[in-house]
Design a protein around this ligand. Sequence first.
Ligand code: BGC
Length: 459
Amino acid sequence: MQHHHHKKSYFFIVVSMVAAIAGILFGYDTGVISGAILFINDQFQLTAQSNGMVVSAALLGAIIGALASGQIADYFGRKRLLIVVAIIFALASIVTAVSANVLEFVIGRIIIGIAIGIASYTAPLYISEIAPANHRGALVSLNQLAVSIGILVSYIVDYFFAAHGMWRWMLGVGAIPAIILFIGMLFLPYSPRWMISKNRIEHAIQILRRIRGEHHPEIESEIKAIHESLNVQHKHWSILFAKNIRPALAVAAGLAIVQQFTGINTILYYAPTILKLTHYQGVQGAILSAIPIGIVFVIFTVIGLPLIDRWGRRPLLLLGLVGMSIGLLLLAWVFAQPVHSTLLQGLALASLLLYVACFAFSLGPIMWLMISELFPLSVRGWGSSLATAVCWTSNMIVTFTFLIMVKYLGASGSFCVYFVFAILSIIFVYFFVPETKNVTLEQIEANLYAGKKARHIGA
Ligand code: BGC
C-alpha cells in the first residue's frame, strides 16, 4: 500500500463517516423507545398522556438543543461541541437505564434530547464544512443513512433484550455509539471554517492540506471563499424574514413540517404497538416485526442517494408522497375492519413497509438536504437551525397527539388524518418546492435576490 505520497487525500470521507456516527446516535434514540415503551408502560403504569410525555421528552430537549446549538457551536467550535454531546449522551443513557421512577426517566430523556438536537444539526454542519463542495450533497445524506442504520440497530437490540424484559439495557446500550463518537472525534481535525472564524488561518490551511491532500490546487481559493463568506455571516438572524429570503424559509420550514406531519415518527415509534393491535404474537413478536421495517428503511435510503441527483428532488418527493399516501389509506382501511385475520395482518405490515420505503428515498434525506441548500450563505446557519427546530417541534406535536388521537378517532381515523396531510403535502411540493438538482448554491442565492417565487429559485 502506498499511502504516503498521494497528491489527493480522501481523509474527508473518513472524517465524515466518523462525524456521521452522531446520526447513528440520533437514529438509535428514535427507534429504541418504540420497543422500550411497551415495557415502560407496565413498569411505571403510564396513562395515555404520560406515555406521550415519555416518548416526547427527548423531543422537547431536541428543540432546545437545535435552537441553542448555533451560538454554542460558533463559540466552542463544532468538534469540541460534538465531543461534549457524546459525553452528555453516554451519561444520560445510563441515567435513563437506571431510573427509579418516571420523573428520573423523563429528565434523562430530556437531557439525551438536548444532545440529539445539537448533534442533528452540528454533525451535518461539521461535515459540510469539511467536505469539498462537489461531494457535499452525498456526504450530508450519509448522515441520514446513519440515522436509518441507528434505527435498525435499535430494533435488533430491542428484540434481543425484549425476550427477558430487559428494557433498561435497551437504553443503556445507547451509550456505546456515544463512546465511539467521543473517541473518534478526538482524532478528527477542527472545522477549517471555524478555525478561520477564530483567525487561525495557518492552522486552517494545515487542516485542509491534511483532509484534501498536501498540494491540492484549490486550498487557497477555498480559504478565500470561506473568508469571504464569513464577512457576511455575522448579520442578524432577523434578515431570515426579509422579503427576498422568505421563499427559502417558507420552503425549508414547509418541508420540515411535511416531513413530520405525514406521520413518519408515529409509524417508527409505534410500529410495534401498531402491529400489536393487529394481534401479532406477544411483545417480542411485535418488536421482531419492526426489524423488516428497519431493513427496508436502510435499503431504500441507499437506493435513494444516487437518484436525488439523477431524477431530481421534486420527482422523488412527489413519488414518495404518493406512495406514502397509498400506504396510509391502506392502513386506515385495515384498522377499520372488525376482524383481524392473518391476511389483514399481512396487509398492515405491507402498508407499513410501502410507507416507510417511500419516506426513506424521498422526504427523509431530501428535507435535510434542501434545508442546507436553500438559504444564502450569509444566513445558512441560522436558517437551517431554525428549520431544524421547526422539524423537532412538529415531531413532538405529532408524537404527543398520536395516542390521544387514537383514543378519540381510533387508529383508522388517525391514519386518515395523516393521509389528508400527505395529500396537502403533494399540493405543497407541486406548487412551491423548487428543483435544485444540478443548480449551484450561488445560482439559488442569485435567484432569491432576484425576487423569484419559491417554486423557481432552483432550475
Ligand atoms: C427525520 C426524523 C426521523 C428519521 C427517520 C429523519 O429525517 O427528521 O424525524 O425519525 O428521519 O430516519
